[in-house]
Design a binder for this molecule. Structure first.
Ligand SMILES: [Fe+2]
Ligand SMILES: [Fe+2]
Length: 255
């Protein structure tokens, strides 16, 4: 350890390491403001300052060399393998739904219900996830993914869903969902696809079993039949949510 580095806080050390790594790269890797907000900082580094700190380098305008390389025409499966930080929960939920004999649409909804959590943004993950998949799946699937955001806070004992004990542990016994979630729940309750969204909750595995055998290969055919893979590659097409997939493809592109 260098003299003086003891005086650095943990986060200063992390910043220093990150800066060091950035200098090691051929291009200047930039962070979106959202990533800084998540670190509790309302700030951004402007282009001029970055250029001054990295003489002779250009901004990164493509793939981030630190991330797994994606194929030229990525599929949903490629995102599962190279961009989703964790797939066990999704695979377990979908396996549960498959074993219970539910329709392929329900199985796909379970497989994708937390796609935003594992790959993009946690806050309002049902809304983000639904938007990501909307152009590529049946409306029943994307609607259910959106609605599970609200439904999971409200029990439906008749359908086999109690308020999760885990939520009491996570959020405390007094947690109350925001009014927009309560309103969403009321709308969802009378929607024709209510039961599909409810089945996401029922098959949502809250207690992760590390020994459960799950495999993405079990779902390749269901994905093939129910997820419209764009021929240009997922994210490289011109659907209304292609930019979201592109952002996962190239999360540190300057613009
Ligand atoms: Fe969820
Ligand atoms: Fe979940």
């Amino acid at each position: 350890m260098q003299a003086g580095s003891q005086a650095m806080t943990l986060s200063e050390r992390a910043d220093a390491l990150e800066e060091h790594m950035m200098h090691e790269l051929e291009h200047i890797v930039t962070k979106s403001v959202l990533f800084n907000l998540a670190d509790g900082k309302v700030e951004m580094e402007g282009g001029a300052a970055l250029m001054a700190k990295n003489p002779g380098k250009y901004m990164l305008m493509g793939a981030d060399p630190r991330l797994p390389k994606m194929p030229d025409k990525p599929t949903l499966i490629d995102y599962f393998r190279c961009r989703f930080a964790s797939t066990a929960h999704l695979l377990q939920s979908a396996t549960h739904a498959l074993k219970a004999g539910h329709s392929e649409k329900v199985v796909l909804a379970c497989l994708l219900h937390d796609v935003a959590v594992v790959s993009f943004i946690r806050c309002d993950h049902g809304y983000w996830g639904a938007q990501m998949i909307e152009p590529y799946v049946d409306e029943e699937v994307s609607w259910a993914v959106r609605a599970h955001q609200a439904l999971r806070f409200f029990p439906d004992e008749a359908a086999g869903y109690a308020y999760p004990d885990l939520y009491v542990k996570y959020f405390g016994p007094d947690y109350q969902p925001e009014p927009y979630i309560v309103d969403e729940y009321k709308r969802a309750r009378i929607h024709r696809h209510y039961m599909t969204a409810r089945l996401i909750c029922v098959n949502d595995i809250y207690s992760f079993d590390p020994n459960a055998k799950v495999n993405l290969d079990d779902f390749v055919d269901i994905i093939g039949r129910n997820f419209k893979q764009p021929k240009e590659g997922l994210g490289l097409d011109n659907s209304p949510s292609a930019h979201m997939w592109r952002t996962m493809l190239w999360p540190t592109r300057f613009l």
